[in-house]
Structures are given as structure tokens and as C-alpha cells.
Ligand binder design. Structure first.
Ligand code: GDP
Ligand code: MG
Length: 692
């Protein structure tokens, strides 16, 4: 039997770094809180006394309270799967906060050792640490390590191996306080029922942990006795959870703090405090934040002309580069296929269907990667935690957290990285809600739809207002959705805003590159599966008639017929033509395609490729009566704004919410909202016009 060791600790305490260093595997090292939600397992590179050792990298947690999926996962693993030993990794530069979790873990009946990490930082700052003080206070072995510098790894593994062989008496630091008697009483009731880790469970029950209480399946007698004891405490202390937290911290400051020998404060902390004075300043904090965000967007999407020369920022530059490469390869592919005398449909399938669809989606990749790079830098330096904190108060009002802000902001660029960015939200409901509303932020690919239709139907200042109103509408819908879900779907379940304010640090290049590579990998995987299949299906529907003959005129295609059916649905909003329906459907491939589709349908060509065509296509749109009025065209825009996003983004949504049910809820909600709101605007608009 292999020995099982679990690594538990706060986010950013270096769990993943330690895990990777001792297993040599490639588990991701990152700075996103909550990224290690999946349980990661690996095998120790060496053997100890001929034994194989498996390791589990538990999600980062501040405590074992059931406020986040991470907390529940980690504690269930320790309590139920009973690893042979817990290696509690502690960030020595943040001792107090990290030891909070330690005091909880000590109460569980499992051997434990402490890996005191970041010892290199302490050394650099000339801070000395008295390991004995900590060992005496906590009663477990403490080994100083630097996961980053790979120091002390053999020592910690040997100590863990030794400790795993001996039974450890679970102990609670709370016993010495006034609460001790009540804990003893409840603990002994639990022990009589053969429930292990009785101190731990007793304390959680006093804290009011309903989840744990339910999972125990106590008999009525025991339950009554326990609840009686708890109620007795509650007479004196209303907030038992707060009381217990205070006592734990009291213990830590009285007994552990003095392990840090150098009275001088850690240099890093003071540096951080100084920077924080400016960056989270009451008045300057917000403008600085918006400036940083603006700069980031500019670096990703910026493109301007100066003295006749077009200057492109990294994101745009990379996008043009990729676009060029994709087009060239497409050309080569087409030439090669005609060279080998491939049939028309085979060329169409490969070039337009497979390559065209997947290629179009890869066109987003540079934006995604460059955006992610900047976000990761802001994350790694520690700034993002402050930004979320600044925004939290405003967002809390409509069911979101400050951490929703960044994904939503990214949504104005591209929903794909935005939806992925929602990973920073630990609370499941907040994460789902953020993912749901992010696509309402009008993304870059939707902009051509607005500019194209607005130019065709509106003039002057009205045109500007129309586009502006679309952006505002998206934001309003996000807020309304937040309020609705908060009130009717999620109900209570509010979680406190717990977010670590890590010290400011220079980002680690290796970590950044690894994050980018991970992003690329997950994107390529998606492009190779869901997007590939859907592209082929859409190509087929566009290129074939119901008699399975290839069509020259798109009007004869299956898609046109399907569009004809959907046209009925859009009739009440004034765009009940099959062309408009077709454009909406094609928009699921990528939103730019909506405009391209109008070009194809007019028989004139792609207006996005050829400036001169734009005017003709616009003229065709009005003369062909695709939209019964400018208002109808506006409602078409509203529908495209709120309806489910493109396939790439839908793929990201389903991947991130990890639940078929929730993916369905999100997409159906978006669809219904898009329909109702465009219907409402059409009705109200017509009413207003009737009156004036
Ligand atoms: P996790 O959230 O606990 O998995 O933490 P990570 O392993 O992802 O580490 C967070 C960051 O701290 C990474 O940038 C690591 O490179 C860095 N880090 C981890 N351990 C050490 C260490 O011992 N010394 C230093 N200087 N940096 C470390
Ligand atoms: Mg980690």
C-alpha cells in the first residue's frame, strides 16, 4: 500500500510549487485563487524506505469552513479519505493568518507536519525564525523549506514519513480557553458514538456548521444533548463563529508570533503597505484602477494612426499576424486540394467548413492570450486582489462580487477569456452569475454589427446614441439579471468577501508562461472538438439543399429553409425575414459573421473585406426590406447583443460552469431575455412613435 500524503494550506502558500517540486509533475502553478479546485495527485520522485508515496495537492483554503467549494473539498478529503498524513504548508511571511488553518487541522485525528515555506524570503530579509517555539506551541514537527528554491524538500518528506507512522493525539488550542468545557462535553458525546476527530467536529458544530451536523446523522438523543450544550454557549456569546476565530488568533499571537526573532518587520510587508497607501487610496484608488484597466485594454485592442502610419498594440499586431497566417494556410490548402483534383464538396468541407470555422475561432487567440498575459501579470503582482476589493461594495448590491468586475470588463473585448477569468470567483453562485452576464458586455466581434446596421438605418448623432445605448443596455441587463438571480434563484447563501491581499511581488516569468500555455492548450482542445463539429454542421447547412445537392445560391440551402422557420419567431420584432434569421443563426459561429452573411445573401460579397461594398450592401438591406423599420433593425441588434454568444464562448461557458444543467440555464435565460427585451423595445418603440 502506498502511503498517502495531503498538502493543505492557504492559497498562495506554495502548495502547488511544493507539489510540483516533489512529484516532478507538471501541475499548474498559478496565482489565481481557486485554480486548484480539482484534486491533483502525483507520486514522490523518490522512495522512502522502499515505499511509494502519493501526494494530493488540496485546494487552497483559509479555513475549513464550508463557505466555498474549496473549503468543503479540502476538509471532506481529510476527514473522509483519511490520508496517512497532512503536510500543512505555512507561509512564513504571513504567519498569523496561515496558522489559523493550522489550529483547525490540529483538531483532526490525522498525523501532521508543518512545512514552513518562503524561508528564502525570510533569509533575504534577515529575519530569523525559531522553529522550536512553533513546535512547542503546536506539538507537531516544523520543517523550514523553500518550495521555490527546492530547499528542505527531502527533510519535509522524511519528517512526514516518520510522523505518518505514529499516531498523533488530536488537540485543540481552544481547550485552554473558557470554551474548553463545552468543547469537552460535546466532544465526549461524539466519541461515545465512535465519531473520530471529535474536537474538530464539536467546534464546527459550535460554530453552527449545519452541513457537518447533517452529515453526522446523529440520533435524536445525541442531537438534543449537543444542541443544548451549544445553546448554553450562545446565551453568553451570540456570534460563536466570531468568538472561536478570535480565540484562535489570540492563541497564535500569544504563542506563535514570537517565533519570528527579528523584531524588524518584514521588508516585504512594509513595502506593500507603502504601495497600498497609494493604490487603495480612498480618492486615488478608483481613478488609478480605471487608468490601469484602460491601459490594459489599450495594449490589447489599441490601434491608431499617427502621421499616416498605423500603430498597433501587441494584441492587435498579433491578431493581424495570425489572421494573415490563417489566410495564407487556407489559400495553400485550397490550392493543394484543387491540385489533387479533390471534388467541390471536399474542398468546401475542408476549406470553408473545417478550416474556415476553426480558423475564424483561432483568430481570437491572440487577443485572448495577450489579455490573459496582462491579467496574469496584474494577478501575480498582487494588484488584482486590491481591484476586486475596491469594486466589491458596488457589485455586492446585485449579487456579484468585486471579483466579477474583471471578467465583465474583459467581456467588452472577448467573452472567451472573460468567461475563463470568472474562475477567480470561489463562490459557485457568484461564478455562475458572472458567467451568465459577461456575454451581455458587447464584445469586439459584435461591434461590426452595430456599426454596419447603424450606418444603414441611422444618421448623425442618433447613430452614435444608438451604438452607445447598446453598450449601456448590456450593462443594465447584467445588473437586472444579478438582482433577479439574487432574489429568486440563489436566495440567501451570501458569502463574506474573503480575499487575500498578497504582498506585492514581481511576477514570475516561468509561472506566466505556464499559464499562457495552459490557456492555449485548453483553447486548442475546444477548437478541435466542439467548434470543429459545429463548423462542419453549419457549413453543411449553408452549402447543401434538402436533396443533398450543393447549392450555388444560398437561398436554396437547408439553412435558408431553417431560417424561414425561425423567421416566424422574429416576426413580432419586425425582422421576420429568413435572411435576418439566417444572419442570427450564422452569428453563432462568430459574431462578425452576421455582417458577412448579409454580404453573402445580397450576392455582393463580404462588406468587411471590401470597403466599397459596404454602401451597396447597406442599400440592398434597406431595399430588400429585411427589416421593416429602423426600429426593427435596432431590435435585431438588441437580440444579437443578449442572445447566447458565439460557439467559442458557449464552449468556454460549458467548460467553466462544469454542469450541463447550469449551461442550459444560462443559454436558455440569455435566449429568453434576448427575445423578451427586443420584443419589449419593439412594442414600446412603436407605441412611442404612434403617440408622437
Ligand atoms: P498555491 O496557491 O498554494 O498552490 O501557491 P503556488 O504554489 O501557486 O505559489 C504561489 C506563488 O508563490 C508562486 O508564484 C510561487 O512561485 C511562489 N512561491 C512558492 N513557494 C515559494 C518560496 O518558497 N519562495 C518564494 N520566493 N516564492 C515561492
Ligand atoms: Mg495551487
Amino acid at each position: 500500500m502506498a502511503l498517502r500524503m495531503a498538502i493543505a494550506g492557504n492559497p498562495n502558500s506554495g502548495k502547488t510549487t511544493l507539489f510540483n517540486a516533489i512529484t516532478g509533475s507538471n501541475a499548474r502553478v498559478g496565482n489565481w485563487p481557486g485554480v486548484t479546485v480539482e484534486k491533483k495527485e502525483g507520486i514522490y520522485k523518490k522512495k522512502v524506505s522502499g515505499q511509494t508515496i502519493t501526494l494530493v495537492d488540496l485546494p487552497g483554503i483559509y479555513s475549513t469552513s464550508p463557505y466555498s467549494p474549496e473549503g468543503i473539498i479540502a476538509r471532506n478529503y481529510i476527514l473522509d479519505e483519511k490520508p496517512d498524513i497532512v503536510i500543512n504548508i505555512v507561509d512564513a511571511t504571513n504567519l498569523c493568518r496561515n496558522l489559523y488553518l493550522t489550529t483547525e487541522l490540529l483538531e483532526i485525528d490525522i498525523p501532521m507536519v508543518i512545512a514552513l515555506n518562503y524561508i528564502d524570503v525570510l533569509e533575504k530579509d534577515n529575519v530569523s525564525f525559531d522553529v522550536m517555539v512553533l513546535e512547542n506551541a503546536l506539538g507537531v514537527k516544523v520543517i523550514p523549506i523553500s518550495a521555490h528554491k527546492k530547499k528542505g524538500l527531502d527533510e519535509i518528506m522524511n519528517a512526514a514519513y516518520k510522523a505518518a507512522a505514529t499516531k498523533r493525539q488530536a488537540r485543540s488550542v481552544l481547550r485552554r480557553f473558557s470554551l474548553g468545557d463545552s468543547i469537552s462535553k460535546i466532544s465526549s458525546i461524539l466519541r461515545e458514538l465512535n465519531i473520530s476527530s471529535s474536537d474538530y467536529i464539536a467546534i464546527k458544530l459550535i460554530e453552527g456548521d449545519q452541513l457537518l451536523l447533517d452529515s453526522l446523522n446523529l440520533n435524536d438523543d445525541a442531537k438534543k444533548n449537543i444542541l443544548d450544550a451549544i445553546n448554553k454557549i450562545k446565551k453568553d456569546h451570540e456570534d460563536t463563529e466570531g468568538l472561536i476565530a478570535d480565540l484562535r488568533y489570540d492563541f497564535i499571537t500569544q504563542n506563535c508570533q514570537c517565533a519570528i526573532k527579528n523584531s524588524k518587520k518584514l521588508k516585504e510587508t512594509t513595502k506593500t503597505e507603502k504601495i497600498d497607501k497609494t493604490l487603495t487610496h480612498k480618492i486615488w484608488g478608483l481613478p488609478i484602477f480605471f487608468l490601469i484597466m484602460f491601459l490594459m485594454f489599450f495594449l490589447v485592442f489599441g490601434e491608431f494612426e499617427i502621421a499616416g502610419i498605423t500603430v498597433m498594440m501587441p494584441g492587435v499586431l498579433a491578431a493581424y499576424g495570425i489572421e494573415w497566417v490563417i489566410a495564407e494556410i487556407g489559400e495553400l490548402l485550397a490550392r493543394f486540394l484543387s491540385f489533387v483534383n479533390a471534388s467541390d464538396w471536399a474542398i468546401g468541407l475542408v476549406v470553408d467548413g473545417i478550416y474556415g470555422g476553426v480558423g475564424a475561432v483561432f483568430g481570437f487567440l491572440p487577443y485572448i492570450l495577450v489579455m490573459y498575459l496582462f491579467i496574469s501579470i496584474l494577478e501575480a503582482t498582487g494588484y488584482m486582489a486590491r481591484a476586486a476589493f475596491i469594486m466589491d461594495r458596488a457589485f455586492r448590491k446585485f449579487g456579484l462580487s468585486g471579483k466579477s468586475f474583471v471578467p465583465m470588463l474583459m467581456g467588452f473585448g472577448c467573452s472567451v477569456p472573460a468567461v475563463m477569468g470568472a474562475r477567480t470567483l470561489e463562490n459557485e453562485n457568484e461564478r455562475r452569475l458572472t458567467i451568465l452576464v459577461t456575454p451581455f458586455m458587447s464584445c469586439g466581434a459584435k461591434l461590426p454589427i452595430w456599426t454596419f446596421l447603424t450606418a444603414a438605418f441611422f444618421e448623425g448623432i442618433t447613430a452614435t446614441l444608438v451604438i452607445f445605448s447598446i453598450y449601456v443596455l448590456g450593462i443594465i441587463m447584467a445588473v437586472i439579471t444579478g438582482v433577479i438571480f439574487q432574489k429568486f434563484v440563489f436566495k440567501k447563501q451570501k458569502t463574506p468577501f474573503i480575499m487575500e491581499m498578497p504582498p506585492y511581488r514581481a511576477p514570475d516569468v516561468k509561472t506566466l508562461l505556464r499559464i499562457l500555455f495552459e490557456k492555449f492548450k485548453s483553447f486548442a482542445k475546444k477548437a478541435g472538438t466542439i467548434i470543429l463539429v459545429s463548423s462542419v454542421i453549419i457549413w453543411f447547412l449553408q452549402s447543401f439543399s434538402f436533396s443533398f445537392k450543393m447549392v450555388d445560391n444560398p437561398n436554396d440551402s437547408i439553412m435558408a429553409k431553417i431560417g424561414g422557420i425561425f423567421a416566424y419567431i422574429f416576426k413580432p420584432m419586425g425582422f421576420g425575414t429568413w435572411q435576418a434569421a439566417f444572419a442570427v443563426l450564422s452569428g453563432f459561429v462568430a459574431k462578425e459573421v452576421v455582417v458577412t452573411t448579409f454580404g453573402t445573401l445580397s450576392g455582393l460579397g463580404d462588406p468587411l473585406e471590401n470597403e466599397g461594398l459596404m454602401e451597396q450592401v447597406k442599400a440592398w438591406i434597406t431595399s430588400a426590406g429585411i427589416f421593416v423599420s429602423p426600429l426593427a433593425a435596432y431590435c435585431f441588434m438588441v437580440f444579437n447583443l443578449l442572445a447566447p454568444p458565439c460557439l467559442a464562448a458557449i464552449g468556454a461557458i460549458s467548460q467553466e460552469v462544469k454542469s450541463k444543467k447550469w449551461t442550459a440555464v444560462i443559454l436558455i435565460y440569455q435566449l429568453i431575455l434576448a427575445y423578451l427585451i427586443s420584443l419589449l423595445i419593439y412594442g414600446l418603440g412603436n407605441l412611442v412613435m404612434l403617440i408622437i
